[in-house]
Design a protein around this ligand. Structure first.
Ligand code: HEC
Ligand code: HEC
Ligand code: HEC
Ligand code: HEC
Ligand code: HEC
Ligand code: HEC
Length: 431
């Protein structure tokens, strides 16, 4: 038998639906709050973070911690209006020259005009404001686990770290010592023998070594075999490695970190290597590209002004006057990837037409403080990928004709590898 709390069917339904409504309401309410806060954070990240830190740190623009207390406008409503106007029409405010607060700030930031953001709605600007006011900088954790290590200081190996090389070296030293001592002993013995009138065959070093080998054939044979094996494996690996520079990581003239730029600050690869999408070479950015940001950012977290001042030197920029009045001195980056001239490689063919991520070939660049060559860059490496990778032909105008031809030729096959479009032909990669 079933027990009902409410005998009346209708009442039961009613309480149930009210309960459900209540839960849904509670849920959306709690969600809504975080949604608003998150919106402000996302809006800030997408529109302002490339120039402003939400904390006090100076970037291209001022750190925005405490900005609410310093901006003009008077009461809350006045400040809201001032902020909305400034964010959406900053160019007009600067050019108008009537806002004393901005005039001063503008001069302080080397006449760098804040980009106007007219696409933001008033509510969106206010959401950013709420986010900034409630922003609490993460507490610096100085405990051993929390403290970040300076990525530019390489960990030095202790002089006494026991390594195989050390042990081998040490045993070699003992061996030499033993031989020398034995020789000394022998010479002393010889001179004693001579005094006593005993004539004995002299035992010079190589002679007594051969003597030892003669009497200890097995041991001598084993030692010689061991030396041969070591030398041969060394030779084998050495020949394998000729011409392969995987892992090559030269010292660069400026400690430029991809982890800080492409990783922490999320700058897109093609912002700096823009020709990767247009042609054969990805290219290295000129110093002007660095100056886009570093005119405003003169100090780094880890290297202070030391490394960034080299950018100013290269650009002929004087940070005191804010003018380019020094002689220019191009930065001489050391090239890391080098295909021999006999091979032809084209970036845009792979990045744009092939749709391959930079990281597929260059590895986790956004984690590298110091860049290194990730892949082998051998012919076998190119060929393997051409054998395994499907060509993205569907919907690619470049391939419409070829796709229908291939489909007619290979009935029933829908996807083709790079191999099938001639990616293994010598002449494609060799002129
Ligand atoms: C291209 C860089 C850039 C972007 C993007 C940018 N700003 Fe600015 N901002 C500046 C600079 C530079 C100044 C200092 C005034 C000047 O030189 O124009 C400034 C000043 C300000 C100030 C006054 C700061 C103070 O200390 O009183 C506020 C507030 C501000 N920006 C808010 C924003 C908000 C909000 C956004 C995003 C919607 C934003 N900015 C996007 C560069 C930028
Ligand atoms: C802020 C500018 C900037 C950004 C963003 C950037 N790079 Fe670089 N990249 C450089 C500079 C400068 C060098 C030369 C110095 C060096 O090798 O570290 C370089 C070097 C390289 C090299 C080696 C070039 C050689 O000498 O063979 C590769 C590969 C590379 N970048 C790939 C990437 C990838 C992939 C990304 C995105 C994840 C990226 N870069 C983002 C500026 C940038
Ligand atoms: C299919 C593999 C592949 C992909 C994908 C790829 N690269 Fe490369 N990259 C290479 C090879 C191979 C070289 C050496 C080229 C040479 O020496 O001529 C190279 C060289 C470079 C260099 C040195 C300068 C130059 O142009 O020779 C930079 C910088 C670079 N790549 C950045 C990028 C970036 C950024 C992307 C993504 C947008 C990317 N690469 C995508 C294979 C690739
Ligand atoms: C899109 C903006 C942008 C561009 C372009 C850019 N940087 Fe930076 N750079 C930054 C930011 C953000 C930081 C972090 C500053 C900090 O540590 O507070 C930084 C930091 C640095 C540092 C200091 C690292 C440290 O922590 O001490 C060096 C050195 C540097 N950049 C060199 C370069 C060079 C060289 C170029 C040109 C190839 C370049 N940057 C281009 C934004 C940029
Ligand atoms: C990660 C995979 C990958 C690697 C590594 C790779 N390729 Fe490719 N390659 C492709 C793909 C995918 C295509 C087809 C792109 C397209 O749709 O045209 C392609 C196309 C080509 C083409 C044009 C072929 C044609 O028939 O049009 C040439 C030339 C080429 N690659 C050269 C090279 C060389 C040289 C290397 C080595 C230095 C290399 N590739 C390494 C994936 C790769
Ligand atoms: C997908 C591109 C690609 C194709 C297809 C290709 N090669 Fe290569 N080849 C290379 C690259 C890249 C190198 C340079 C490798 C290096 O430096 O280790 C190379 C190097 C060579 C070398 C120089 C020897 C060496 O190891 O340095 C010869 C010879 C050669 N290729 C012959 C051929 C012949 C013959 C074919 C046709 C059967 C062919 N290649 C097809 C990319 C290719």
């Amino acid at each position: 038998m079933k027990l009902y709390l409410f005998k009346n069917h209708f009442m039961r339904k009613l309480t149930r639906s009210f309960g459900l409504l209540f839960l849904v309401g509670l849920f959306t309410l709690s969600f809504n709050n975080t949604l608003v806060a998150q919106d402000g954070a996302t809006l800030f990240k997408n529109n302002c973070a490339n120039c402003h830190s939400p904390a006090a740190k100076r970037g291209t623009g001022p750190g925005l911690q405490g900005f609410w207390d310093r901006i003009p406008g008077g009461d809350e409503e006045g400040k809201n209006a001032w902020l909305i106007n400034w964010v959406k029409n900053s160019a007009a405010v600067i050019n108008g020259g009537k806002d004393a607060y901005i005039n001063k700030l503008y001069a302080e930031y080397n006449n760098y005009p804040m980009q106007a953001q007219p696409h933001l709605s008033n509510d969106e600007v206010l959401a950013i404001k709420d986010y900034l006011i409630s922003y609490v900088p993460p507490v610096a954790d100085d405990s051993a686990a929390g403290a970040k290590k300076n990525p530019f200081i390489k960990e030095e190996k202790s002089f006494f770290t026991p390594t195989i090389q050390w042990l081998l070296g040490l045993s070699l030293l003992f061996l030499i010592l033993a031989v020398v001592l034995r020789n000394i002993k022998n010479t002393l013995q010889d001179s004693v023998d001579e005094k006593e009138g005993l004539i004995r065959e002299k035992r010079a070093f190589p002679k007594n070594l051969f003597h030892w080998m003669g009497t200890h054939k097995l041991q001598a044979g084993l030692i010689i075999l061991l030396i041969k094996i070591i030398l041969l494996t060394k030779l084998y690996y050495w020949t394998l490695g000729i011409g392969v520079y995987q892992g090559y990581q030269p010292e660069q003239p400026i400690k430029f970190s991809h982890a800080i730029h492409a990783g922490e600050n999320g700058i897109s690869c093609v912002y700096c290597h823009h020709s990767a999408e247009k042609g054969k070479h990805a290219g290295i950015p000129s110093v002007n590209v660095c100056m886009n940001c570093h005119k405003g950012i003169s100090e780094g977290t880890w290297t202070g002004t030391k490394e960034i001042s080299k950018i100013y030197e290269a650009a002929g920029y004087n940070p005191e006057t804010g003018r380019y009045d020094q002689p220019e001195k191009p930065i001489e980056w050391v090239k890391i990837h080098n295909l021999p001239d006999l091979a032809y490689f084209n970036h845009s063919q792979h990045v744009v037409v092939g749709g391959i991520e930079c990281q597929t070939c260059h590895g986790p660049v956004e984690e590298m403080h110091e860049l290194y060559q990730h892949s082998e860059l051998t012919m076998g490496w190119c060929i393997n990928c051409h054998r395994e990778t499907d060509v993205k032909m569907e919907g690619n105008g470049y391939y419409n004709k070829m796709l229908s031809e291939l489909k007619a030729k290979h009935k029933g096959v829908e996807v083709f590898k790079v191999e099938d479009i001639g990616g293994l032909e010598c002449s494609k990669c060799h002129y």
